[in-house]
Design a protein around this ligand. Structure first.
Ligand code: PDD
Length: 287
């Protein structure tokens, strides 16, 4: 349960936390966000999340709402006040409040900053990983700058809803050439017949996942072959293993795509090994 929300310098009770009706995040999705895993009350990969946040802001020409260290304090205080040990912290920055007009507002407007922390049921997540998840493929109808972590998430919402209605837990988005771009809220990976992992290279078509990046470090530590290239749905269907990566699920096995089993229909051996090693290699903050 979220008890306290940080909004523009104040920690407010959940029921009373809000932003202005003319916030550009609300009217134009003129905003970016980050989601960071919390483990034993510590931030996972804070540095990489902060780097990506700054990059997203720079791409949209929104100023940093405060210095990085101060942002770190907001994250920690929000986690502390909500007594989150295992969970997620969500940070959103919008361009700010101004009368509705498409171009950037003139003059000095301050960005809006919101931070929420929420507990996650670790046991339920572990059970999900033991069983593996199902994904549903669908056309990628998003814009041309998916590398920026904006709150413009309607295509992801619709894809996830369609997947959920069919009993799947994630949607894999497919570009007009038949290649998987990524999940609606995760990066997509497969293991081919030779045992090499395949994932799409970063670029405008996908979000450069922090979990993806940290997993690359793990792969080089473990000397696991990696090929960064796009893969098709047909290749995924004949893969030995498949999984997704995200801050909310770290490495999550995929056992079915479009209702067809992957490998033997159980979470892959390598996938589970990478999942169990993940937090050894990720950066864990102080509390
Ligand atoms: N989603 N791709 C997309 C489209 C995402 O939304 C996410 C994250 C990822 C994985 O990125 P990371 O490893 O940095 O979490 C890839 C977050 C968790 C969310 O929207 O809740």
């Amino acid at each position: 349960m979220t008890r306290v929300v940080y909004v523009n310098g104040r920690y407010l009770p959940y029921a009373h936390a809000g932003v202005h009706v003319e916030d550009r995040g609300f009217q134009f999705a003129d905003a970016i966000y980050e989601v960071c895993e919390v483990l034993d009350g510590r931030l996972v990969d804070e540095t990489r999340h902060m780097e990506r946040l700054e990059r997203s802001l720079t791409e949209l020409r929104i100023p940093m709402p405060m210095a990085r260290r101060a942002l770190g304090r907001v994250l920690r205080e929000t986690i502390r006040r909500n007594r989150v040990r295992t969970g997620l912290v969500y940070l959103q920055v919008t361009r700010g409040v101004a009368p509705r007009d498409f171009p950037f507002p003139k003059g000095d407007i301050s960005p809006t900053l919101v931070c929420l922390a929420r507990r996650v049921d670790g046991a339920a997540r572990a059970e999900r990983a033991e069983a593996g998840i199902s994904v549903r493929t669908m056309p990628d109808i998003r814009w041309g700058r998916c590398d920026i972590k904006t709150v413009m998430l309607l295509p992801a919402v619709l894809a996830k809803e369609a997947a959920t209605e069919e009993g799947a837990q994630e949607a894999w988005l497919v570009d007009c050439n038949g290649f998987v771009t990524e999940g609606a809220s995760s990066n997509a990976w497969i293991m081919d017949r030779s045992g090499a992992l395949i994932t799409r290279p970063t670029g405008n078509a996908i979000l450069p996942g922090v979990t993806r990046r940290t997993l690359l470090d793990l792969l080089s530590r473990e000397k696991i072959p990696l090929i960064e290239r796009p893969f098709t749905v047909a290749e995924a269907l004949s893969a030995r293993e498949a999984f997704i990566t995200s801050a909310s699920g770290t490495v999550m096995p995929v056992v079915a795509i479009d209702k067809k089993s992957i490998g033997n229909g159980h979470p892959g051996e390598l996938t589970l090994r990478l999942r169990s090693f993940f937090h050894q290699i990720a950066e864990l903050s102080d509390e």
